[in-house]
Design a protein. Structure first.
Length: 156
């Protein structure tokens, strides 16, 4: 029993090791070198830092204005990769469950644009509301903050 388990583990290990060396097969795939460790970004040389991707947003805040409680509102934050390597957005997380965001899944090449779509559900909100979306990417600094606001009134 123990020998058969060992053989299976060895075969699986060889299979996994062999698959790790495959080349990207599709447009939009990225290489390991595209990902920069945010924990070591401070230690980058000036030359290496200049090669990193840079996320440049058209704006980082948006005001929905006056809305009626219960409305679902959507806005897309547009950005461009103004850096010199592929931009990879790891996550975009809102400060509460009433707000969701959808970042692009594929890497954004230098000079290309993308957007992060944010949806705000005002169902359980009231008054002046401010929500933040934390965007984590392979940039320096690693995190960017997007902000939406709304003035939610209760229907009569």
């Amino acid at each position: 029993m123990k020998k058969s388990t060992l053989y299976i583990m060895v075969i699986l290990g060889l299979f996994v090791a062999g698959s790790c060396h495959s080349k990207p097969t599709q447009e939009g795939d990225f290489k390991v070198s595209d990902v920069h460790n945010p924990q070591t970004a401070n230690g980058l040389s000036k030359k290496d830092a200049e090669k990193m991707p840079v996320i440049t947003f058209e704006n980082t805040t948006y005001d929905f204005g006056d809305v009626i409680q219960g409305e679902r509102l959507t806005y897309s934050f547009k950005f461009k990769n103004t850096g010199k390597s592929n931009l990879i957005i790891y996550s975009s997380e809102a400060t509460c469950g009433c707000t969701t965001s959808t970042p692009p899944k594929a890497p954004i090449r230098p000079g290309e644009s993308g957007e992060i779509t944010v949806t705000f559900d005002s169902k359980s909100q009231k008054g002046k509301v401010t929500k933040r979306i934390l965007v984590a990417a392979n940039t320096y600094p690693t995190e960017n903050i997007l902000t939406i606001t709304a003035n939610v009134s209760v229907p009569k």
